[in-house]
Design a protein around this ligand. Structure first.
Ligand SMILES: NC(=O)c1ccc[n+]([C@@H]2O[C@H](COP(=O)([O-])OP(=O)(O)OC[C@H]3O[C@@H](n4cnc5c(N)ncnc54)[C@H](OP(=O)(O)O)[C@@H]3O)[C@@H](O)[C@H]2O)c1
Length: 327
């Protein structure tokens, strides 16, 4: 497994990481034992970067507890990333919309995350969403305190825009920005010049387009009732058929190389810059292996040109029903 350096503070991780969100939310029910097995199998294959968040446990810590259990025997070999920034006291249907990055909440969430993960420090602490009610300097200053106290090693932002990144970076150097990036989502490329200028790494979340770029997408309504893809614009009639057509064409291209479309999608992301690390999520050890092995695939110029012809500007349909804005 190759490694990549994110930012200028010494954060080094496997070229492909692992995202744990789907183990407890977003894509229907998960199975704890399978989730633990997926994480451990990814680690066996060289993955050293595991991503979780307070939000994924709906305030119970369930996702972080699961990740902590899975990595307990090799915690010192891996980089654990988690996130703060929501008000989880609101009703469940509003979760993910109410923000809270006030310093007291950041400190409380960090202490909870340390306890849930069962660790004495968090490697990467992200602000999950920019909170317009709290100056980013106060957020960065609070994370700086946590770094000085030894509770956190590196600072990350998620879904932040250029001004926020600059202001945060001036208070506490930001090692990594995490935002959605895949063959379906290319808008974020406009942020890359700022990241290059400031020496900040990039983590590509939902790198498989929430599972669409795997060849397994079903029409909205055919998923479990709790699955967010039922309301995802890319799955709605009109967009769905166009996205299926594009993924079928990408699958043919992948098959001609003897790889899967998921691997093609991840290998493509790795070609987009040395500062980029995708974190695909899966509840299955077998699919974790498929995704991880994409780190060994080299795409030719001809492959890249063919991919560009199929999806020159991303997929069809917005990436969220209620879009986060980069502020
Ligand atoms: N910062 C943020 O706001 C934010 C937002 C979203 C996600 N994230 C992070 O990014 C991580 C990854 O994103 P994501 O989970 O949303 O989307 P993703 O990685 O693009 O796709 C995950 C979906 O694809 C399926 N899948 C994965 N590998 C597959 C394969 N090889 N073949 C077929 N199906 C496959 C999974 O199903 P199975 O489980 O059934 O395999 C799951 O439904 C998350 O886990 C989370 O850590 C961060």
């Amino acid at each position: 497994m190759q490694h990549r350096t994110l930012g200028s503070q010494g954060l080094t991780v496997s070229a492909i990481g692992y995202g744990s969100m789907g183990l407890t939310m977003a894509y229907g029910p998960g199975d704890e034992q399978e989730g633990i097995a997926a994480i451990r199998h990814a680690h066996d294959l060289g993955v050293t970067f595991f991503d979780t968040a307070e939000l994924y446990g709906f305030g119970t810590g369930s996702n972080e507890i699961l990740v902590g259990k899975a990595v307990k025997d090799f915690r010192d070999e891996v980089v654990l990333a988690t996130k703060f920034g929501f008000d989880l006291s609101v009703p469940r249907e509003q979760l993910g919309r109410a923000l809270n990055s006030r310093p007291d909440n950041i400190r409380k969430v960090t202490d909870n995350s340390l306890r849930y993960l069962g660790v004495d420090h968090i490697d990467v602490l992200y602000q999950h969403r920019v909170d317009p009610d709290v100056p980013i300097e106060d957020v960065a200053g609070t994370v700086k305190e946590l770094i000085d106290a030894g509770k956190v090693k590196y600072f990350g932002l998620s879904e932040a825009g250029p001004q926020t990144i600059r202001k945060a970076h001036a208070v506490q150097p930001v090692s990594v920005l995490q935002t959605e990036y895949s063959l379906f989502e290319r808008d974020v490329e406009q942020l890359f010049p700022v990241l290059d200028e400031l020496g900040i790494g990039f983590v590509a979340y939902s790198p498989l387009g929430r599972g669409f770029i795997t060849g397994t997408a079903k029409p909205a309504g055919e998923y479990d009732a709790t699955d967010m893809r039922n309301i995802d614009p890319r799955w709605q009639p009109g967009n769905f058929e166009k996205n299926v057509d594009a993924v079928n064409r990408l699958s043919d291209l992948a098959a001609a190389q003897g790889i899967t479309v998921s691997q093609l999608a991840l290998a493509w992301l790795l070609t987009r810059g040395e500062h980029i690390v995708p974190i695909p999520g899966t509840r299955s050890p077998r699919r974790a292996e498929e995704n991880t092995r994409a780190a060994d695939i080299t795409l030719s110029e001809a492959d890249l040109a063919a991919i560009d012809e199929i999806l020159p500007r991303g997929g069809f349909g917005a990436r969220y029903a209620q879009m986060p804005t980069w502020i």
